[in-house]
Design a protein around this ligand. Structure first.
Ligand SMILES: C[S@@+](CC[C@H](N)C(=O)[O-])C[C@H]1O[C@@H](n2cnc3c(N)ncnc32)[C@H](O)[C@@H]1O
Length: 270
């Protein structure tokens, strides 16, 4: 059993991704994607960034380890009438038949950071980009005071310790690790740059309902609730997460939950 795949197929990330569409589009807008550009989007989920890239005329391949999200991505592309994007199952750390240097832009927004073996992920991203091309990653930042790092902090307290040798996905939010991984893959250090930006989750409902959506559909949070339930602490975890979501919510009075979160933008020029 591939635990990485099982984790992401466990829930239905589309339920969370629905709150990420606007910022996903803004990330793509910031990358200056033009017609005919070849884009590879890794850990693409159901297309939060792949579909906006295709809407701007790029020729897009989305790769994700979760078969349910690949199917959802292909459905969304069809519904949008886009023939220039397709989704296929694959592992960001072992891309198989993706030819060397075949993409103008290799992106991964909160995707490839979740693959085990981060060194292999950097090698694959760098290998797939053409000379003169670019790699772009959006990565969550460990110990950041905003939403995602805080969900992890709270959830970890209810979960068993990770297995020996586990490398946290959040290490992708630390510049030194990113530099180490991409220089080992062949990039020049001066071609790697960083910026911090804000990604905003927009959910149509209360913060408590948004927590409930994570609880029912987001694999990592589902696991945290399973672990908490084993100790009779499910409701304590729900209460802590609700307090966090309420504190971070900027949608007060609108009936919607609007939560900005800080992330690290990584750009590697090849
Ligand atoms: C937090 S979700 C983000 C999805 C999408 N990028 C978005 O912003 O909506 C993480 C995604 O990474 C995918 N993923 C995790 N490990 C992966 C791997 N080894 N290779 C490819 N995709 C992976 C998951 O299936 C999931 O779709």
């Amino acid at each position: 059993m591939n635990a990485n795949k099982a984790l992401w197929e466990k829930g239905d990330f589309t339920r969370i991704a629905a709150s990420m569409r606007e910022s996903g589009d803004a990330v793509i807008e910031s990358l200056g994607i033009g017609s005919g550009m070849k884009v590879l989007d890794l850990g693409c989920g159901d297309g939060t960034t792949a579909i906006p890239a295709a809407k701007r005329g790029a020729d897009v391949l989305g790769v994700d380890i979760a078969s349910n999200l690949v199917a959802a991505g292909n459905r969304r592309a069809e519904e949008a009438g886009l023939a220039n994007v397709r989704f296929q199952e694959g592992d960001a750390s072992a891309l198989g038949d993706v030819a060397d240097g075949s993409y103008d832009l290799v992106t991964s927004v909160f995707g490839a950071m979740f693959a085990p073996r981060p060194g292999d992920v950097a090698k694959e991203m760098y290998r797939a980009a053409r000379p003169g091309g670019r790699i772009f990653m959006g990565n969550w930042i460990p110990n950041d005071p905003t939403l995602v790092a805080q969900i992890l902090r709270i959830s970890s307290a209810y979960s068993p310790p990770p297995p020996e040798g586990f490398i946290s996905p959040m290490t992708w939010g630390v510049e030194e690790h990113v530099i180490e991984r991409f220089t080992a893959a062949g990039a020049a250090k001066e071609n790697i740059s960083f910026e911090r930006d804000t990604f905003t989750f927009r959910f149509d409902g209360t913060p408590a309902a948004f927590v409930e959506t994570f609880r029912r559909y987001y694999g990592p949070t589902m696991n945290a609730f399973d672990a908490a339930a084993a100790n009779g602490k499910e409701e304590q975890l729900a209460a802590e997460l609700t307090e966090l979501f309420e504190k971070e919510n900027r949608g007060n009075g609108t009936g919607k939950t609007v939560i900005p979160a800080t992330y690290l933008r990584v750009t590697v020029a090849k």
